[in-house]
Design a binder for this molecule. Structure first.
Ligand code: ZN
Length: 338
């Protein structure tokens, strides 16, 4: 009888612990992933003809802005600073056409757990060149799939990933910049309003949809030697099978040609990740920059590598060195030649 009692007790314990396990798994949070199905959805939506090439100041880019806002809301991001929604709206004068354009950066925030006042930016530009009619050209929509719907896709995928993971010690500020193609206008506007000393790093994504010259599972970083950001990323990627290299096109001056530059000028170690052989890419700034020319596996793998590579910065264990520019680079002296 005693033995039987013991069996009953043991049985009860097993059943009870199973129940507990079921309960525990029910409250478990969503598994953080970056999957190619979601990546494809973001990319094909942003690069669709419906968005008419997303030129700043047009109804097409407004559709893209709404899509990004809706995604930020679905993911559960907060608004930035004193803004009451995800839009940082401002008006600027287009330096080419002299017309005034009102437009918005789209900004969502994932608050840090222990280092709330230390910000890491994850950004890409959501504008492109719009519609340009050229004689004899059938397709007039410049979809900008690689440039830079692929980068915005990365921003959205990383926002969802880090939100579901819920482990970021530092605050992550996700930004879709406007009017990059009109002269880094959106990022320059954002930079004017910040206390740069609070910004630990800038992770900018540009054209991450093709296999670069360095081969599959690789990307390159602009301004690699201007801070130790790149070295930190390389260390975090060790053993992952993915490699980061320094920008192979120093003569193109790419460090100053994307939105990272607006923050780097303020001293923020802000760099651009890219995975495209731009020296031979036929689609760069052409109507042929379509979603179909991109490789979903490359985009997905690159976004995953960015997540892994920047993990220690987001978790607050690594702090990259600041960028120091020369007076000439700061625009203090006259440029030599355009
Ligand atoms: Zn671009």
């Amino acid at each position: 009888m005693k033995k039987l009692n013991l069996i009953y007790i043991a049985l009860f314990a097993v059943v009870f612990s199973c129940k507990e396990k079921v309960k525990a798994s029910k409250v478990e949070k969503k598994i953080a992933t970056i999957d190619s199905v979601t990546v494809k959805k973001h990319l094909y939506t942003l690069a669709s003809d419906d968005m008419e090439g997303r030129m700043t100041g047009t109804p097409g880019i407004e559709k893209a802005a709404k899509y990004i806002e809706n995604e930020f809301k679905r993911i559960g991001l907060k608004t930035y600073d004193t803004l009451k929604d995800y839009r940082q709206t401002f008006t600027f004068t287009n330096r080419r056409t002299k017309e005034d354009i009102t437009t918005s950066n789209i900004i969502g925030v994932l608050e840090g757990k222990s280092k709330k006042d230390e910000y890491v930016i994850v950004s890409a530009h959501y504008d492109h060149l719009g519609i340009r009619k050229k004689e004899g050209q059938l397709d007039s929509i410049y979809n900008g799939a690689n440039d830079d719907a692929s980068g915005v896709t990365g921003v959205l995928a990383l926002a969802e990933y880090f939100k579901d993971k819920g482990e970021n010690e530092r605050t992550i500020v996700f930004i879709a910049f406007t009017a990059e193609e009109m002269g880094l206008v959106g990022s320059t506007h954002f930079g004017k309003g910040i206390d740069a000393s609070k910004f630990i790093a800038g992770i900018n994504l540009e054209m991450i949809g093709k296999v670069p010259n360095s081969g599959p599972n690789t990307a390159w970083l602009s301004g690699f030697d201007r801070s130790d950001f790149g070295k930190i990323v390389q260390k975090n990627l060790e053993g992952s099978g993915y490699q980061l290299f320094a920008d192979p096109y120093p003569k193109y001056n790419l460090f100053f040609r994307s939105d990272n530059a607006s923050l780097a000028r303020l001293g923020v170690p802000a760099h651009t990740f890219s995975a495209t052989p731009i020296d031979i890419d036929k689609d760069y700034h052409q109507a042929s920059d379509e979603a179909e020319t991109l490789n979903m596996t490359v985009i997905t793998q690159t976004i995953k590598a960015v997540a892994k590579g920047t993990e220690s910065i987001i978790n607050g264990t690594d702090t990259p060195t600041r960028v120091v520019l020369t007076e000439e680079e700061m625009g203090g002296k006259k440029k030599k030649k355009e």
